[in-house]
Design a protein around this ligand. Sequence first.
Ligand code: 5RP
Length: 291
Amino acid sequence: MVDRDTSGGDKSFSVDVPQKTEGYFLKGAQHLDWGMKDRLSRIFNPASGRTLMLAFDHGYIMGPTSGLERMDLSIVPLVEHVDCLMCTRGALRTCIPPTYNKPLVMRCSTGATILKELSDEVIGVSVEEAIRLNASALTTQVYIGGEHERATLDNLAHLINEGMRYGVPTLGVTAVGRDMVRDSRYLGLATRVIAELGAHFVKTYYCEPGFDEVVAGCPIPIVIAGGKKLPELEALQMAYKAIDQGALGVDMGRNIFLADDPVAMVQAVRTVVHKFEKPEKAFQMYNDLKK
Ligand code: 5RP
């Protein structure tokens, strides 16, 4: 339509101010589209560049495991303190009030339980369903070197392809099979494969020595899983060391919801992740907050 304003002089094009071309803060994400970056910016805090994710998807293979018997009671009080949730659609719809408005990383794999071979998984959630639930990312795990390595890599590739159609990023998780060692050689291989397949961020375990090399060899952000329950100070030390060596966050489950005081623990982990607080100080904070 022709501009009817002929008066002139009252427009401001600021012709002497070049339009800014901003970079993007997240490792490996510079060339992604706007929707991807918007979703990743909900998961990773642009101010710190890091994320505190709460993982409570364990029930999809373990049933009502310790700490998750009643997610409405154990998980909901933690939600306000985290940046992002990682769970199944069933947990989300039944136990998490949508009023919290937290970004969600949707567990999309299924097909196995602890009673059988864990790596025998398929994708059970469509990208449309994930979008219906306003997921900010999709996720599945790969068992590199495991019995169903190929199928789990295929699951990951499928999610990445589907997510790319709609601008939804994918988190690749390195599940470690029974016969694998969680050392930097294995985790370096697994995280790199996940990145090369096109995932947008990766979840793996902290390892010593060599975690810094795992991070350096992986061109996308790494967040660490907590793993089995540790004493609270040790869990905070692990989170600190991971951040110090380049992890861009944690995706913790048991070390938060099985802590003596989960609400205090989630706040202590948060201060390590976002403020890079020393673990001893974070532990002091945990004890001060502990009921
Ligand atoms: C397993 C997962 C789980 O969500 C994750 O490992 C659980 O977190 P944590 O180990 O901290 O309890 O992705 O593949």
